[in-house]
Design a protein around this ligand. Structure first.
Ligand code: CMC
Length: 434
């Protein structure tokens, strides 16, 4: 962790009580007010729905500047990483703080390759799910189940065990994801091919069949690799916070990551990528009436929201969406895909960005607005989109879990509440209740 400077904030409460709070300035971004002693000294707690103004930790992994529309992993711009790096290199960077040297990368990739198989007993678990099971449900269940095979690696304080678990998860998640998909379409599970790179192997397990040769398309493989890089980390987002929260109880890495996956599944978070394409499909089938959907999104009595718009942090633009917008056109063109949904997406963006409702609230397209379109062009089925997000976010989840465990300031996450219920009252026996 880089050094940060400390200061002081003095406030006066309504009753005249003077409150002195320490402040902490990081290397970039917001200043933190340390309220750690507020309750003990003044019987006060902070109230912050959705933790929109609360920092739960100090972190050196990624920096998000919502006003400037910037995202950096360990100081590197995501634009540079998406263009020049590879997903395994970025995973290494997030977990270790530095980009790997050629020999470090070789060692890391070879360690990951040596763990791509699942224990054969796990295959029976996939069989037990209903055919229509959502792959996100299978993914988190299988990740939690994986912990049962590696109990000797559960100790969060043993750095070697933790490293071994980060490698196993990185290696096995694509296999789990591909098995979940194969299960849903009734095809045989494809074992990993360790002669292929990370994303090509995943494509092979997803789309290959034992009856015919399958060579992953390098254009698809490279595009997927860049998409995974763009999803790899994003500060204290909902799923990462879930991973940290679960892990703060010293639950093992597999269990903590499974918790993050369940948080990611929701449509306001990672589930948005499939919700966007479902929404664009609805608009298409409804006669391409974009204006009607914009009107619905603005109607306070209608729960409908424009999926893929808005972000808690970005109030200018989402840099990931900006990269993906250019990328979407290129990928579709190179793959010769002519998708009518892309036109609807462009129209929707144009209408929304010129509408006062969206301008006032600073609602811009986010990463999920374009990623779904690209996942679709790459041949992935809708229900796998959030699984792809999970594969991409995995290194970030693990890096945060590791950082949290190593931070001497970490305590079990246990927020307070403002109690707003009944005050003490006498118990009434059942027969006396009317
Ligand atoms: N469509 C219509 N109105 C919206 C939208 C939207 N997509 N997003 C926010 N608003 C309105 C909201 O109704 C509120 O209006 P008002 O001030 O009149 O009550 C205002 O904008 C602020 O919204 P908020 O819900 O308080 O903002 P938040 O920071 O709590 O939520 C969000 C952020 C991403 C959950 C939200 O913008 C949203 O639901 N977007 C659609 C789902 C989506 O695309 N999620 C992916 C997020 S990016 C990647 C990720 O995290 O996975």
């Amino acid at each position: 962790m880089f050094t940060t400077s400390e200061g002081e904030l003095n406030i006066t409460a309504e009753d005249g009580t003077k409150i002195k709070l320490a402040t902490l300035t990081g290397t970039e971004g917001d200043v933190g007010i340390d309220v750690g002693k507020l309750r003990a000294e003044h019987h006060m707690v902070t109230l912050d729905y959705g933790f929109a103004n609360t920092a739960g930790c100090q972190s050196a992994i990624s920096f998000v500047d919502g006003d400037a529309g910037e995202l950096r992993y360990r100081g590197y711009n995501i634009e540079d990483l998406a263009e020049h790096s590879t997903f395994p290199q970025v995973a290494y960077l997030l977990l270790n703080g530095e980009l790997p040297t050629p020999s470090e990368l070789e060692e890391y990739e070879s360690a990951v390759r040596s763990h791509t198989l699942l224990n054969e007993e796990m295959k029976r678990m996939f069989d037990a799910f209903p055919r229509k099971a959502h792959p996100m449900g299978i993914l988190s269940a299988a990740t939690a189940a994986m912990s049962t095979f590696y109990e000797q690696y559960h100790n969060p304080r043993d750095a070697d065990s933790v490293r071994e678990s980060t490698i196993r998860l990185m290696a096995k998640l694509p296999t789990v994801a591909a098995f979940a998909y194969k299960k849903s379409i009734g095809q045989p599970y494809m074992y990993p091919r360790n002669d292929l790179d990370y994303t090509s192997n995943f494509l092979y397990m997803m789309f290959g069949l034992p009856v015919a040769p399958y060579e992953p398309d390098p254009v698809v493989s490279r595009a997927l690799d860049a998409l995974l890089i763009l999803h790899a980390d994003h500060g204290q987002n909902c799923s990462t916070s879930a991973v940290r929260l679960v892990g703060s109880s010293e639950a093992n890495l597999f269990a903590s990551v499974a918790g993050g996956m369940n948080a990611l599944w929701g449509p306001l978070h990672g589930g948005a990528n499939s919700a966007v394409v479902a929404m664009l499909n609805d608009i298409h089938e409804d006669g391409n009436d974009v204006a009607k959907y914009v009107k619905m999104a603005k109607d306070k009595d209608d729960p409908f929201r424009l999926m893929g718009f808005g972000h808690r942090v970005y109030k200018n633009f989402d840099p990931r969406a900006k990269i993906l917008k250019g990328f979407a056109g290129n990928v579709l063109e190179r793959l010769g895909v002519d998708d009518p949904l892309l036109d609807i997406a462009s129209k929707l963006e144009e209408v929304a960005l010129s509408d006062e409702y969206f301008i006032e609230r600073k609602l811009y397209p986010n990463i999920d607005f374009y990623s779904g379109m690209i996942f679709r062009a790459l041949g992935f089925p809708l229900r796998m989109f959030t699984v792809l997000f999970a594969i991409g976010r995995l290194p970030g989840w693990m890096a945060h879990w590791q950082e949290m465990i190593e931070d001497p300031n970490t305590r079990i996450s246990r927020p307070r509440q403002i109690y707003a219920g009944e005050t003490s009252r006498d118990y009434v026996e059942l027969e006396k209740r009317v």
